[in-house]
Design a protein around this ligand. Structure first.
Ligand code: PEP
Ligand code: CO
Length: 450
């Protein structure tokens, strides 16, 4: 189906007003990095992006649910098999809880294997007496507090590509090679989670699932031959921010002749870069991947309709996910009108809730954090507003980690304000730790069921 505007090219965005793009100090080096990316193999296939789009089409029709989660910013330093495995474990645990609780299929999308670039509200940061360029994600510069570290370096895009390739490789091995087998459901419970209340609750669900599998086996159902029990699909996504990187990985699909951004299965456009006439919207209008758009408290219905027309003129179900991030109060005020306008326009979007990005604050001592209760309040409000308007609350979008970090406050095994410095490792925004994530999954499963 013709998605791409007739005059579109992968580099056409360069003629558009652009926000939050890195300023590479050495143009020749940037050109060389782009040429390098263009010559490298794609990270994902067009057919996979189409499969994800079809799965998201089921979400837009109210027959499935989306869980999109991962780091705020992936790191070039924290890059080990263990950290990838722990992220996958918590994603699988949350999935089990949500599928078991809701009896609905769950589309699992990681903020992973490419989430290396950050838009920043301030382009400079004061550290002591010096003013330095802000940290824009490891795809652009380093987070160290020196001018040298903070200087954008386009070779980092090539390094990001290689890290994404290795991450995706391990993810594919874990999800298709036995680790994600449903008979392993008990094994995903990490020690520090298992002892907490939500870990014990998870253990009870896992036991029930094992009993159900045993029951089916005893009835003579052949479980060995059911691939759904032994493998899962975990798709990749990131914010499509650094357009040099996205252009460099855009390929024409040999089967259909259509353009795909082969850096990830799904890409989203951030709240700060979704201007309908801007470079980012121009670029993503031309590729056939499923897309997300972040929607903040200032978004008007007309603006959203214009974005829908630009990004999904053919009204393909699953093509467009609107990821609302307003904070509970603004959501209550603003979301009903947006839901009504989109319903009247018959745009088949997925509505998802990002309860993270409007709920950040600094403690008295200056630490950036979020409160579990406020995160949960936004999710609850999202479900109730969608239901009141007859719209399907299709998914949640989270920042989490599989590790035992102390970055967000609260949860049932509460992280206290004085504990925030104990293990605060995020490169950017504070993430839910594994226990808080599982706790949230149980509460979301209850909302899905009610
Ligand atoms: C993010 O998802 O990390 C982000 C920057 O979000 P937003 O565009 O919604 O502010
Ligand atoms: Co973030």
């Amino acid at each position: 189906m013709a998605v791409t505007p007739a005059t579109w090219t992968p580099s056409g965005w360069r003629g558009r007003p652009a926000r939050h793009l890195p300023e590479w100090p050495d143009e020749a080096a940037a050109d060389a990095a782009l040429a390098r990316l263009k010559a490298l193999p794609p990270l994902v296939f067009a057919g996979e992006a189409r499969d994800l789009q079809a799965a998201l089409g089921e979400v837009s029709a109210g027959r499935a649910f989306l869980l999109q989660a991962g780091d705020c910013a992936e790191s070039f330093r924290d890059f080990t098999a263990v950290s990838i495995r722990e992220k996958l474990k918590i994603l699988l645990q949350m999935s089990v809880v949500m599928i078991y609780g809701s009896a609905l299929p769950l589309v699992k999308v990681g903020r992973i294997a490419g989430q290396f670039a950050k838009p920043r509200s301030e382009s400079v940061e004061r550290i002591g007496d010096t003013e330095l360029p802000s940290f824009f994600g490891h795809m652009v510069n380093d987070d160290g507090p020196t001018l040298e570290a903070r200087t954008p370096d386009p070779d980092r895009m090539v390094q990001a590509y290689h890290q994404a390739a290795a991450t995706l490789n391990l993810l594919r091995a874990f999800t298709k090679g036995g680790f994600a087998d449903l008979t392993q459901v008990q094994m995903w419970n990490q020690e520090f989670v298992a002892s907490a209340p939500e870990g014990q609750r998870y253990d009870a669900v896992a036991t029930e699932i094992e009993r159900a599998l045993g029951f089916m086996r005893a009835c003579g159902i052949d479980l060995v031959d059911a691939p759904q029990l032994h493998q899962v699909d975990v798709w990749t996504s990131h914010e499509g921010l650094v357009l040099d990187y996205e252009e460099g990985l855009t390929r024409r699909d040999s089967l259909t002749g259509d353009w795909y951004d082969c850096s990830a299965h799904m890409l989203w456009i951030g709240e700060r870069t979704r201007q309908p006439d801007g470079a980012h919207v121009d670029f993503f209008a031309g590729v056939h991947n499923p897309l997300g758009v972040k929607v903040g408290p200032g978004a008007s219905a007309d603006e959203l309709l214009e974005l829908c027309e630009r990004l999904n003129p053919m009204r393909i179900p699953g093509r467009l996910t609107l990821i609302v991030r307003m904070g509970a109060e603004a959501l209550r005020q603003a979301l009903p009108a947006l839901l009504q306008a989109l319903r009247e326009s018959e745009h088949p979007v997925v509505w998802a809730c990002d309860p993270m990005h409007a709920n950040m604050f600094r403690t008295a001592s200056g630490i950036k954090t979020r409160s579990f209760d406020e995160i949960m309040a936004e999710v609850v409000t999202f479900f109730s507003v969608c239901r009141a308007e007859g719209a399907w609350p299709g998914g949640i979008h989270l920042e989490f980690t599989g590790e035992d970090v102390t970055e967000c406050l609260g949860g049932s095994a509460a992280v206290l304000e004085e504990e925030l410095t104990t293990r605060y490792e995020s490169l950017c925004d504070p993430r839910l730790n594994a226990r808080q994530s599982l706790d949230l999954a149980f509460r979301v499963a209850e909302l899905m069921r009610s």
